[in-house]
Design a protein around this ligand. Structure first.
Ligand code: ATP
Length: 242
């Protein structure tokens, strides 16, 4: 595909020997061990594995939402091992997050929720922000729902607003944690297909944590975790062999 470009552009995510433990002293419990993972430019990677295997912990470390303890994790050119809180805040602004529960603000309209992601860019005026938010909503098929509050939208529509918000800030990376968990089969599939299409068009890489076997075929690559380690991916049930 874009093999040449991938070879010259730095990997958006480059992890080596990452380890992480919760608790201290006798209560210390390692949950990630010796993780190596590279996400290449524009690549869509699904992270899967049993409950408690460490997927969310890894995602929050990559997203600079918690401090590193061991190893190296370079995200969008920023080394996170030893990074300051200010450096982590700066990096988080370059990442689009999508969570299981859409995390939209209930008192803001769909358009305002999306515009919020653009808020921090000083080059953009308020009118420009709202215009861009509307364009992003149109891209997720909600061009006519900008004035709706989250409570007036279906679960699938809310998650599409979350997709629009994640992309509106023109992120260098998207991190999604179980984005289809609260959705029925059809809307879950639609949301992820849409996310994939929009990200591919913009060349934005995605790391998506999921238990959902129905969306595994949308990945460029599937990474499996077990007991805090990355393990060779087994053929998922119901997914035809490539
Ligand atoms: N804040 C915390 N404090 C202590 N232990 C935690 C904390 N968060 C997670 N854990 C533990 O760390 C391990 C990994 O949790 P994590 O949420 O990363 O796994 P997961 O693979 O994302 O699970 P799930 O698929 O159920 O979301 C689990 O055993 C969990 O109980």
């Amino acid at each position: 595909m874009d093999g040449h470009a991938s070879a010259v552009r730095p990997a958006p995510v480059e992890i080596r020997g990452l380890g992480y433990a919760y608790g201290e002293g006798e209560l210390r419990r390692p949950v990630l061990r010796d993780i190596d993972l590279t996400i290449r430019p524009g690549e869509i990677v699904l992270l899967t594995g049993p409950s408690g295997s460490g997927k969310t912990t890894l995602l929050t470390l990559i997203g600079a939402l918690r401090a590193m303890q061991e190893g190296s994790c370079r995200v969008l050119g920023q080394e996170l091992m030893g990074a300051s809180e200010a450096q982590r805040v700066q990096l988080r602004r370059q990442i689009g997050f999508i969570f299981q529960q859409h995390n939209l603000l209930g008192f803001l309209t769909a358009q305002q929720n999306v515009a919020m992601a653009i808020e921090l860019d000083p080059r953009t005026t308020e009118a420009g922000r709202l215009e861009r938010a509307t364009a992003m909503l149109a891209a997720v098929g909600l061009g006519d729902r900008g004035a709706s509050l989250p409570s007036e939208l279906s679960g699938g529509q809310r998650q599409r607003v979350a997709v629009a918000r994640a992309l509106a800030g023109e992120p260098g990376l998207i991190l999604a944690d179980e984005p289809t968990a609260a959705l029925d089969r059809q809307s879950g599939g639609e949301v992820v297909r849409l996310l994939r299409e929009l990200a591919k068009r913009r060349g934005v890489p995605i790391l998506l944590v999921t238990h959902d076997p129905r969306i595994l075929d949308l990945a460029d690559r599937i990474v499996s975790m077990e007991d805090g380690r990355i393990v060779p991916t087994k053929q998922a049930e119901g997914v035809p062999a490539a």
